[in-house]
Design a protein around this ligand. Structure first.
Ligand code: GLA
Length: 711
């Protein structure tokens, strides 16, 4: 426990960055610095004096956690009504301590207290030294005589100083996930948020970037990345205040969620995650990707299974025989696992389309007279693994589950039901529903211990947010998420290793709270490879390739090779009718999987460098490079079909060892096609980074994969 002196600085330093907090004479805790670390820790204290901005009339403009109802005039981080009905809050520094969590990870906690009320907030900063990542959250508690209402309860409240701020944010819809927009922040508040409850990212994810002074490039400029680790409603306010500083207040969305906090109860907020780089978007993304693999993503350093999925190939129309054929195809093309998608369950209201059956997780006797068990066995006979699709949080009104347990469903009894994809959401705030959802997964594994993979879908948003059992409806959105995480905790306690894909009608639910339980996510139902080049590009700023499930399907007009190359830039899967492939197509797929098996350690664990941005020209180019700089792979695409388009200029590589020599070789060629690159391609790292390399893309050669090996 550090002793409180009159005024002092608490520096939070990682390998390259620093966040400096200052305890003032009146015990207000403020942010005085955020950015590149200073050589001398003692100099953070001099920072405030060199800024000559207009007055801070409150002494709270740069508060680390802005309370409201006292002196504050800006957007608060926390707003409360005390047990006596009073709305004022002030928070003063009491103490702080630093603990070692594990190697490279430290946790700073700072206790703040209201001088008048028995109300306190502890701020937590978990610092990942090597990755320059901070996770920040808070715990709120009180000892007042009666309940306190929390009206706002942010996870973090950052304060940045720069000449201007450029926000890169994302929007989307089904099949159009991760559409970027970049704009200058003006004075006032810009809010990124969702009120969808489940499938929360459908229109907007919580991931964003803020460049300082000018939009950062791929390899230059000051940039902050932020994201809330939460799968439900979030809210991020970016406020440029009258002093021209940027305040970022991020947390659970307080929309329809005033929280009644009992005496002694702890309200813990989800973590807000951020990293900073002065070397542009690329470096920031590599930090975040390493952090995710090292600490957050389930099995981030592990392996993944290639698979054949039947969704695009059969939709709901299959039976045991058809699946047996598909299982043979799985073995034939050489992937590790067969994934059975939607449509395998429900009897009274069979799941033959998306209008019925959700909730009734018993095998459909007509389609699967011998159950999942026989399919698992059939998979074993074919020497592949077997995985299955579920959507356990949901229910169709046409289902036995709905008939039996209407009170388990999120709806307003007084109002007409309203559906998203003909379905409703189950009330995970109800412990009985939690048991049911857990039971869906547990039941599958208990009956089929060899089951090797789960695709967990979530296709509806929450309308008519109301629980039949919850005492305080204002807690609904929060209790839903607590319920979901409880279920996932239980599943992981019993089944710690089984890979699970996080899917949500495409990419409607991707965040680092959920990815603690899932090995991968489904970026979008849109698998048109041209669209995927753009989408995967944007996802890659925040999530490592190993977490991105990319399937080769029949979407789009590109040839099979193009589609496969794009899907290889992550975790490869197929969702095509293998039996309908031409001889050459089949040969290509088989060979592609072999090629992929050789490249996947580099794609999954290597560092990712964006070389040519498809939004800025006709060529897209992405490099994955092993940590020891000895192996790499570059994916190159022509993204325009206009006359005479091609890679006119060489593509400059990044991250290589300038002194070493590298051999480049085109791989993943279609049978019978030879590479346009003739002769031995050996260049120094220096040459490849300063001059570059031409993949010779043209209208007949739209997709080129280059393998790189240090000699
Ligand atoms: C969602 C998923 C798809 C597929 C279907 C099945 O749309 O994103 O991949 O599983 O559901 O109904």
């Amino acid at each position: 426990m550090a002793k409180a002196q009159s005024s002092f600085v608490i520096p939070i330093e990682s390998k390259n960055n620093a966040l400096a907090l200052q305890v003032g004479a009146k015990k207000d805790l403020s942010t005085i610095y955020f950015g590149k670390k200073l050589t001398s820790t003692g100099e953070y204290a001099h920072v405030p004096a060199v800024y000559k901005q207009t007055s801070d009339y409150t002494g709270l403009l740069n508060s680390v956690y802005t309370p409201s109802g006292s002196r504050n005039l800006m957007e608060p981080a926390i707003t409360v009504t005390h047990a006596d009905g009073n709305n004022s809050l002030d928070l003063k520094y009491v103490s702080h301590k630093i603990t070692d969590v594990k190697e490279g990870v430290k946790l700073l906690s700072v206790v703040l207290k209201d001088p008048v009320y028995a109300f306190e907030v502890t701020l937590f900063y978990q610092v990942y030294y090597n990755e320059d990542v901070i996770e920040q959250w808070t715990e709120i508690r009180h000892q007042e005589k009666g309940n306190v209402i929390l009206h706002k309860f942010a996870s973090a409240n950052l304060h940045l100083k720069a000449g201007s701020y450029w926000l890169k944010q994302y929007h989307g819809d089904w099949a159009k996930e991760m559409q970027p927009e970049e704009s200058k922040l003006t004075h006032g508040i810009k809010t990124l948020d969702t009120k969808l409850g489940t499938r929360a990212n459908l229109f907007q994810p919580s991931v964003f970037m803020v460049s300082l002074d000018k939009p950062a490039g791929e390899d230059e400029g000051d940039i902050l990345y932020g994201a809330l680790e939460y799968s439900g409603n979030f809210r991020i306010d970016l406020e440029v205040d009258y002093q021209d500083n940027l305040r970022i207040i991020a947390g659970i969305n307080n929309y329809a969620s005033p929280y009644t906090l009992k005496t002694g109860e702890i309200f813990k907020t989800p973590a807000f995650l951020y990293t900073f780089s002065d070397l542009g978007k690329g470096a920031a993304s590599r930090k975040l990707q390493s952090w995710a693999r090292n600490y957050k993503l389930m099995d981030g350093k592990g392996s993944r299974l290639t698979l054949l999925n039947n969704w695009e190939a059969t939709q709901f129309d299959f039976n045991e025989n058809k699946l047996a054929e598909l299982l043979k195809d799985t073995k034939k093309i050489g992937v590790d696992l067969f994934l059975l998608d939607d449509g395998w369950f429900a009897n009274k209201y069979p799941r033959n389309d998306d209008h019925a059956g959700l909730g009734d997780w018993q095998e459909n006797k007509k389609k699967l007279p011998n159950g999942i068990a026989s399919l698992v066995k059939e998979a074993q006979n074919n020497e592949v693994k077997f995985g299955i699709w579920i959507e356990p949080e949901m229910v169709n009104p046409k289902s036995e589950l709905y008939e039996k347990h209407p009170d388990w469903v999120v709806k307003e009894d007084k109002r007409e039901e309203y559906y998203f994809r003909n379905q409703l959401v189950l009330d995970l705030s109800n412990p009985q529903v939690q048991d049911f959802v857990y039971g869906v997964v547990d039941g599958l594994f208990t009956k089929n211990p060899e089951l090797a993979y789960i695709k967990w879908d979530c296709n509806a948003v929450i309308y008519n947010a109301h629980s039949a059992t919850l005492k305080n409806q204002n807690h609904f959105y929060i209790e839903y998420m607590r319920g979901l995480y409880k279920v996932l905790e239980r599943i992981r306690a019993k089944y710690p290793a089984v890979p699970m894909m996080l899917c949500s009608g495409g990419g409607g639910r991707v965040d680092y709270a959920a990815l603690q339980y899932f090995t991968e996510f489904w970026p979008s139902d849109n698998t048109d490879p041209l669209e995927r080049i753009f989408m995967q590009w944007e996802y890659s700023y925040f999530y490592p390739a190993i977490s991105s499930s990319n399937h080769v399907t029949d979407w789009g007009k590109q040839p099979l090779k193009f589609r496969t190359d794009v899907a290889m830039m992550g975790k490869l899967g197929f969702d095509i009718v293998v039996s309908k492939l031409s001889e050459n197509d089949l040969k290509f797929c088989k060979e592609a999987i072999q090629v992929y098996n050789g490249l996947k350690p580099t794609i999954w664990q290597g560092n990712q460098y964006r070389l040519a941005n498809p939004r800025e020209g006709s060529v897209a180019s992405m490099l994955y490079l092993s940590a020891d700089l000895s192996k790499g792979v570059v994916f190159n695409y022509l993204v325009s079909s206009r006359y005479d388009e091609g890679s006119k200029l060489p593509v400059r590589l990044k991250g290589l060892d300038p002194v070493r020599k590298y051999r480049l070789k085109e791989v993943n060629l279609y049978p019978g096609v030879s590479s346009a690159l003739s002769g031995e391609q050996v260049y120094s790292g220096d040459f490849l980074m300063k001059v570059g390399f031409n993949p010779l893309l043209d209208l007949n050669r739209t997709s080129v994969v280059m393998q790189i090996e240090a000699l």
